[in-house]
Write a protein that binds this ligand. Structure first.
Ligand SMILES: C[S@@+](CC[C@H](N)C(=O)[O-])C[C@H]1O[C@@H](n2cnc3c(N)ncnc32)[C@H](O)[C@@H]1O
Length: 205
């Protein structure tokens, strides 16, 4: 099986992990009893899944993706770096009306909603709203426009490139994403500025 490599995951995984660690160590001390279940949407290569699960053994990490080659890569990374707390990947397209999982403590998604039509953002928040109980968390990582504008030259160039590749793709306005989240009872509770002009938004049901 082929382990796909997304070099960006090597660069962004430690900054993301620092935030997950802060949230999940606090959660482990609170009402949530480990293992804390995390559903990762659009796991891609599977590199994030393996890294975060190994670093945070109190979590039960459930990777997912709709793409068969990505599902194979996730499984290959999982076999190469066995971490008992990473489940076998499941096929999940956020736009599906029913997700193959009923309830999780948290949802994690990196770098999907700008590399997919807006319907993927709609599906992500609708589904997270269904599978999270009150108090559950949604972590959303990626680049966003703020106030209708790119936050950096590099993001403007990235947005233009995405739209050239597919007119339905492109960086999303953070305000529009926050409004969509609110329509599914998910409230923005934290904005983390991340390296390379990315952001990690935390929502709570
Ligand atoms: C740029 S990759 C990001 C992968 C990984 N999260 C990362 O940060 O490296 C985008 C991913 O979104 C997935 N994706 C695209 N449309 C999707 C949808 N409708 N539902 C779920 N995943 C989707 C793709 O299969 C791909 O794995």
């Amino acid at each position: 099986m082929t382990r796909l490599d997304a070099p960006a995951t090597q660069r962004n995984r430690e900054p993301i992990l620092a935030i997950l660690r802060r949230w999940f160590s606090a959660a482990a001390d609170s009402a949530l009893t480990p293992p804390i279940s995390v559903l990762e949407i659009a796991s891609g290569t599977g590199q994030h899944a393996v890294h975060f699960a190994q670093a945070l053994p109190g979590l039960r990490w459930q990777p997912s993706d709709p793409d068969p080659s990505h599902l194979a890569s996730i499984e290959a990374w999982r076999s190469a770096a066995p971490a008992a707390n990473v489940a076998a990947p499941i096929r999940l397209d956020v736009r599906d009306v029913a997700w193959p999982i009923d309830r999780v403590d948290a949802v994690f998604n990196a770098n999907m909603i700008h590399i997919a039509p807006w319907s993927a953002a709609e599906g992500l928040f609708a589904g997270a709203g269904r599978v999270l109980a009150g108090g559950g968390l949604l972590f959303l990582y990626g680049p966003f426009h703020v106030g209708g504008r790119p936050t950096a030259e590099s993001n403007a160039a990235f947005d233009a490139d995405l739209q050239r590749r597919n007119p339905e793709w492109g960086l999303r306005d953070r305000e529009r994403v926050v409004a969509l989240a609110a329509s599914h009872a998910l409230r923005l509770i934290e904005i983390n500025e991340m390296p390379a002009n990315n952001q990690l938004l935390v929502f709570q049901k």
